[in-house]
Design a protein around this ligand. Structure first.
Ligand code: ADP
Ligand code: ADP
Ligand code: MG
Length: 494
């Protein structure tokens, strides 16, 4: 079935990202928005826009029934859920289909199975896919938990089966902490996800987060689009991602790719999805979870494969078969993404709210910015504090890193703090450059002392640059000697 009109049940950069491809394919677009997003760019980018409620997401972007009503009244053919919000809600996907509208994503069964980390483990069991040592059942009895922890050895991780976005995890180092931590994990999981099921995994030492992008059509074809490495994280959530990984061998890439394809087959997957793995220091990989939607970091995969993932999602939803097979796919070059969050890296990455008094994203060859903000806008407190995604490309990893540093330097943001400076710190760090890093990068290398000296160095560099410019200008503009000295003094005292 040909799609003529798409509604995006989301906001910000991802809504705009989907509209871009829809326009390219000649598909009409519909935006929905909350009161907080009245003047948001995603509203302007769409052909039609409908207000759906107040700012809190449970009064707007999470109102599945209301969104479906809007879609029906505007004769929409398909709903794209983006990421977050309703994207991994099996009931929503079911209701969309029941309303005679295409859901751009997998069937409810796959969403439901993979949305629960426990059901996911159960589903992939028969495919011989390596899993993190632990239990594959919910546990609520502390005595049983102590016994299991004793068997796998401390430290362990208590995880919420319904968790996501880095939330719902607790590391336990010793037996005496287990009972209290478990109680806390259960009550947190209940209030955050409406499901108190928790389970136990071995806490992997120095792990790297490596995930595989997959695509599955409705004709039984499943391919993988190689890996993305997302080990630079804070609070178990990604900040810097890249493709390909600096450390994967061709052999491992194939093995992980095949494992990911099996995971997709285990739940009769349809569309674009991501299978996440952890890799330990000995390069053993373990299945972590599957995300049944378009991932935040999909642009790095687009860049190295030359594919438009949203276009693939749309064609798959229309019932088309994939136009390529696994052997047609090749990695070309290297891409890096920095999530530019409205957060203060000097204050433990706490949200930094306010108005974007200056906002000038960089432009140039091999630089891509996916964003949903404009100069002068307030960052709403109700939603994810991600401002934009800065993506750079190079023929080699080193080129992509250099391009990222250049793009960060060109990015002008004032009025709020962002993770741009952190991104530069990462790109200039030896551990990142050499590829020898893991998910503990922030803990290991980003101590307050080092950050301050890094930012001080940056300030000195800026002053030196200003002085150089000044001395060059001096050749042209003749200042009286005293004024010149005063200018140099001001530079170094500021
Ligand atoms: P990705 O998995 O695409 O790399 P994240 O883990 O950062 O990215 O999640 C993407 C978005 O979805 C974020 O806005 C995050 O807050 C949200 N999210 C993901 N899973 C959940 C969940 N179970 N509950 C609430 N929010 C979630
Ligand atoms: P979410 O649904 O929140 O994305 P994940 O299971 O994908 O949860 O894990 C998110 C991150 O938490 C991983 O990228 C990793 O950094 C850390 N993590 C998860 N499980 C483990 C584990 N067993 N050992 C060590 N780190 C882990
Ligand atoms: Mg995850």
């Amino acid at each position: 079935m040909k799609i003529n009109k798409i509604l995006v049940a989301n906001r910000g950069e991802i809504a705009i990202r989907v509209f871009k491809t829809a326009k390219k394919l000649g598909i009409k677009t519909v935006a929905v928005y909350s009161t907080a997003d009245r003047n948001a760019p995603h509203v302007e980018e769409a052909d039609e826009a409908v207000w759906i409620g107040e700012a809190p997401s449970n009064q707007s972007y999470l109102l599945g029934d209301k969104i479906i009503e809007v879609a029906k009244s505007l004769k929409v053919d398909a709903i794209h859920p983006g990421y977050g919000f309703l994207s991994e809600n099996a009931d929503f996907s079911q209701k969309v289909s029941d309303a005679g509208i295409l859901f751009i994503g997998p069937k409810p069964y796959a969403i439901r199975t993979m949305g629960s980390k426990l059901a996911a483990k159960e589903s992939v069991k028969k495919y011989n896919i390596p899993m993190v040592p632990g239990i594959d059942q919910a546990v609520s009895d502390p005595q049983k938990a102590i016994k299991i922890a004793g068997e796998i050895g401390f430290p362990i991780l208590i995880k919420a089966s319904a968790g996501g976005g880095g939330k719902g995890m607790r590391i336990v180092d010793k037996e005496s902490d287990l009972e209290s931590q478990m109680q806390r994990a259960i009550s947190e999981a209940t209030s955050a996800f409406g499901d108190g099921s928790v389970f136990i995994e071995k806490y992997i030492d120095s792990p790297r987060h490596i995930e595989i992008q997959i695509l599955a059509d409705s004709h039984g074809n499943v391919v993988h689009l190689f890996e993305r490495e997302c080990s630079i994280q804070r609070r178990h959530q990604k900040v810097v991602e890249e493709a390909p990984s600096a450390i994967l061998t061709e052999d491992l890439r194939n093995k992980m790719g095949e494992a990911a394809v099996s995971v997709a087959k285990s739940c009769d997957y349809l569309g674009a999805g991501t299978v996440e793995f952890l890799m330990d220091a000995q390069m053993n990989f373990f299945f972590l979870e599957m995300n049944t939607r378009l991932q935040v970091e999909h642009p790095v995969t687009e860049w190295i494969t030359g594919l438009d993932l949203v276009e693939e999602q749309i064609k798959i939803a229309e019932g088309e078969a994939l136009s390529f097979s696994q052997n047609d796919l090749k990695i070309k070059g290297h891409a890096i993404e920095l999530r530019v969050y409205a957060e203060d890296p000097l204050q433990d990455f706490m949200p930094s709210m306010g108005r974007l008094t200056t906002y000038k994203p960089p432009v140039g060859e091999n630089i891509r910015v996916d964003d949903g903000f404009r100069e002068g806008m307030e960052i709403p407190i109700y939603y994810d504090p991600m401002l934009s995604k800065l993506i750079t490309y190079g023929k080699t990893r080193q080129e992509a890193i250099s391009k990222m540093i250049e793009a960060i330097d060109k990015y002008e943001v004032e009025g709020i703090e962002t993770t741009l400076g952190f991104g530069k710190y990462v790109c200039q760090h030896k551990a990142f450059q050499s590829g020898k890093f893991d998910t503990h990068f922030v803990k290991k290398y980003y101590t307050p002392k080092r950050i301050h000296s890094f930012y001080k160095e940056e300030a000195t560099m800026a002053a030196k640059m200003a002085l150089k410019l000044y001395l060059e200008e001096k050749q042209k503009v003749k200042l009286p000697k005293t004024e010149k000295n005063a200018a140099v003094k001001t530079l170094f005292n500021s």
